[in-house]
Write a protein of this length. Structure first.
Lengths: 115, 113
């Protein structure tokens, strides 16, 4: 079956702008998590959505937000971009059922560059 | 989540077994050991997980010590495509709740020709 897809793959923005990234999980998966990866901080958890509800949130400012649609597709938005927001943004999908043992499937990521 | 300690880097000859260690001395009884890897500029890839018994799948084997304070991921016949950063993560199963994964620095495995 098709894997996790993320669009766009690459994005260049300037400081102060906002950006929206999209993630389509594996068919049938209801959990979508977002991560930020930078050389300095490594992989850091942003938030997780399950059945259109945010279930967990990492330690990021309110400029980072997300949502999930009824078809499980998810978007994340970053407003008032800063240079430090330049990163690889990764989306991970999981089945989300009772016996979900954290096997998460990651997409290829969106590389955001803020100038 | 319990803290994990991994070597920063390791080399392995192509065709040989790669043994990647992980220490998790503060692991709790209900926490599992998970391994993910990340090939350069790609998203992390799930490899395997286990609780206390040794586990094997088509990608790797996971050996967990009897006291569960450490584990070893074994790639039986490493290839150049196995060059990646390998992450050991300790986490309780989610049982329908949040799925946050806490990634450490991992081990950079380089498979040499």
């Amino acid at each position: 079956k098709a894997g996790v897809t993320q669009t766009p793959r690459y994005l260049i923005k300037t400081r102060g702008q906002q950006v929206t990234l999209s993630c389509s999980p594996i068919s049938g998966h209801r959990s979508v998590s977002w991560y930020q990866q930078t050389p300095g901080q490594g992989l850091q958890f942003l938030f997780e959505y399950f059945s259109e509800t945010q279930r967990n949130k990492g330690n990021f400012p309110g400029r980072f937000s997300g949502r999930q649609f009824s078809n499980s597709r998810s978007e994340m938005n970053v407003s008032t971009l800063e240079l430090g927001d330049s990163a690889l943004y990764l989306c991970a999908s999981a089945a989300g059922g009772i016996f979900d043992y954290n096997e998460q499937f990651f997409g290829p990521g969106t590389r955001l560059t803020v100038l | 989540d319990a803290k994990t300690t991994q070597p920063t880097s390791m080399d392995c000859a192509e065709g040989r077994a790669a043994n990647l260690p992980c220490n998790h001395s503060t692991i709790s009884g209900n926490e599992y050991v998970y391994w993910y890897r990340q090939i350069h500029s790609q998203g992390p890839q799930y490899i395997i997980h286990g609780l206390k018994n040794n586990e094997t799948n088509e990608m790797a084997s996971l050996i967990i010590t009897e006291d569960r304070k450490s584990s070893t991921l074994i790639l039986p016949h490493a290839t150049l495509r196995d060059t990646a950063v390998y992450y050991c993560i300790v986490r309780a199963p989610t049982s329908g709740s949040a799925r946050q994964l806490t990634f450490g620095s991992g081990t950079q495995l380089t498979v040499l020709p």
